[in-house]
Design a binder for this molecule. Structure first.
Ligand code: ADP
Length: 596
């Protein structure tokens, strides 16, 4: 049976191999065993149920929380030639009738639904008449109150096992925690399910963190590396979204805003513009993202620190779903920490305690000098199996490790002590740089032995070191004014008993990561651009988002292999029978013209 599934993968999707755990996940369905499949974004969860659904007799029902997600997947399946449909409130009565007819005539292989629709009385009864191959629950963490996205409607899915006791249920999520995983199995009343948990590492994401100084300039530097590519920029507040978006458009970029202060229609319009690649950049608050399956997002910029690593993983994870390299860069400042604390100050004390711990973890990620892939994995209780990820600022050597961290730390900590632990970071930095600021002179702090001790270093670097020391628990920031004080660990540093790690932003140009170099290897960039232009035309004609016609990985493969026949084109990853028939001639012409 699995051979049939593999044949379907080749025929419909043009995929030769399984991604990690896909084979195991599909085997569960084929062998009629319930399963909970946990794979990161971009891990290929959809194929785990789509390929068996295309092969097994009967109809697979897929539960999904959002119309946008359902639409995206049904469009993608239809483009590959797999009979699929969705039933949701956005369809007209006649469109809904068409779907029912297709169900009745047994031509459909996958049906996407919301949980409410599935569990409505009349509908359940009509499904009992249909041969179901299995039921897939997408975004299954929505069933759990421990997850970040609980939906009460999902809770009712617990009834499914009673109504369809002999039908296999497969649940899929990208949420990593064990608590959520077990809760999914329990809430859905799965029968001794297989728990398939993949690695959360996203090796194709290149993580970078930098202290924020001049954010407009910093953002533009990133955009310069990604001309004409799709990307998302996250801001903490709406007003930052509007300002940055206006600024970018003024500088000739092509950006649209997205936040909760806009009305539904405006938001939907801007999202659509982004998906169909009429704008390159979305500047957004975290309100943007759920339901975005666009596979070729090549960068995600955070202009401020998110409130937890869970949030960061989810937001940055929207980059590089196609498995190709993508840049995730985060600009932070100590001020973000305080901003989040103020924004959370109305929540109940217990919730604040948890939120503060998460905020602390996030801040440590920013200021620590640990490999970013490793840091994220450890947070989620996993470990990286390689010493150097070759895909973060730390491992690429973008950050220069300070040679004498103990002496620098001692200078900073001793200055804080001599200021009697009564001043904030800004003031301390000015004293260390030997500023002649009136307040410093009047306070007599120009007489301190630590005055001007770090005057050869830029202000931003010293600020960053203070943040790094705070991140390593050597300095605490107290009260509303964030007064710097020494922690017990800070005192051990002063005594020379512990050496913190300090780094400074490197002045050398960033290295090209191995993931980027590999994925472009042998690719003719000129041909890739020509194919990209063709894809845009084909997409407009088929009224599909460009990435559903072919993803970037498939285009790069074409530009690498340069097929000259339909047969050779079929050997390119991502080209199945239907797409080859539909678009093959146009592609071969573009390749032929280019090579001539
Ligand atoms: P998830 O739902 O886990 O975020 P997707 O199902 O969207 O991931 O898949 C991510 C990307 O990987 C998609 O572009 C998909 O087409 C591609 N993909 C999935 N399985 C395979 C495979 N076996 N071989 C090649 N590409 C695959």
């Amino acid at each position: 049976m699995l051979t049939a599934v593999q044949n379907a993968m080749r025929r419909y999707w043009g995929y030769e191999r399984f991604l990690p755990l896909q084979q195991e996940a599909m085997t569960c369905i084929v062998q009629k065993r319930d399963s909970v499949v946990v794979l990161p974004t971009g891990g290929g969860k959809s194929l785990c149920f789509q390929a068996p659904a295309a092969t097994l007799p009967g109809l697979a029902v897929v539960v999904s929380p959002l119309i946008a997600l359902m639409k995206d997947q049904v469009d993608a399946l239809t483009a590959c030639g797999v009979p699929a449909a969705r039933l949701d409130s956005s369809l007209s009565p006649s469109q809904q009738r068409q779907v029912f007819t297709a169900i009745g005539s047994k031509t459909l292989k996958l049906l996407y639904l919301s949980p409410e629709r599935l569990l409505s009385n009349g509908f359940i009864d009509s499904l009992k008449e249909v041969e179901l191959s299995f039921i897939a629950i997408d975004e299954a963490h929505c069933v759990s109150m421990w997850g970040h996205d609980f939906r009460p409607e999902y809770r009712q899915l617990g009834q499914l096992k009673q109504v369809f006791p002999n039908t296999v249920i497969a649940a899929y999520t990208a949420t990593a925690t064990e608590q959520v995983r077990n809760d999914i199995a329990e809430q859905l009343r799965l029968k001794s399910p297989a728990m398939l948990v993949g690695s959360f590492d996203r090796p194709n994401l290149i993580y970078k963190v930098q202290p924020r100084s001049n954010i407009n300039r910093q953002v533009c530097e990133v955009l310069d590396r990604h001309k004409n590519e799709s990307g998302v920029i996250y801001c903490i507040r709406r007003k930052d979204v509007d300002q940055l978006c206006a600024e970018l458009n003024q500088r000739g970029h092509n950006a649209a805003p997205y936040h909760a202060g806009m009305n539904d229609e405006q938001r939907k319009y801007n999202q659509e513009q982004f998906i169909t690649e009429k704008v390159d950049i979305i500047v957004a608050t975290v309100a943007f993202g759920m339901g975005i399956d666009k596979s070729n997002v090549r960068y995600v910029i955070h202009t401020g620190m998110p409130k937890s690593l869970e949030h960061y993983q989810q937001e940055s994870g929207r980059a590089g779903r196609d498995g190709l390299e993508a840049e995730c860069i985060l600009f932070y400042s100590g001020g973000d920490y305080g901003l989040w604390q103020r924004l959370m100050s109305d929540s109940p004390p217990e919730a604040q305690k948890i939120a503060n711990a998460k905020l602390g973890g996030m801040y440590q990620y920013c200021t620590g000098g640990l490999c970013r892939h490793q840091a994220i994995l450890r947070y989620f209780g996993q470990d990286l199996d390689k010493g150097n990820c070759s895909a973060c600022d730390v491992c690429l050597g973008d950050l220069e490790i300070v040679k004498d961290p103990l002496i620098i730390s001692q200078k900073i900590l001793s200055c804080i002590a001599r200021l009697e632990q009564k001043f904030g970071a800004g003031y301390t930095v000015r004293v260390l740089r030997g500023s002649e600021d009136q307040r410093i002179v009047q306070g007599g702090h120009n007489q301190l032995s630590t005055y001007g001790l770090l005057k050869e270093h830029p202000r931003t670097t010293i600020h960053s070191w203070i943040e790094q020391l705070a991140g390593q628990d050597c300095i605490a920031k107290i009260g509303e004014y964030k007064v710097l004080t020494l922690t017990p660990k800070g005192w051990t540093v002063l005594k020379g008993q512990h050496t913190p790690r300090l780094f400074e932003p490197a002045h050398k140009p960033a290295k090209v990561s191995k993931v980027a170099a590999d994925s472009w290897e042998g690719v003719d960039r000129g041909l890739f651009e020509a194919l990209r232009a063709l894809r845009k035309r084909l997409a407009a004609k088929s009224r599909l988002p460009a990435y559903l016609v072919f993803d970037d990985a498939s285009l790069r493969n074409m530009a690498r292999k340069r097929p000259s026949t339909h047969e050779a084109l079929l050997n390119v990853r991502g080209v199945g029978d239907k797409k080859c028939r539909q678009y093959g001639q146009a592609i071969l012409e573009v390749i032929g013209d280019y090579c001539r």
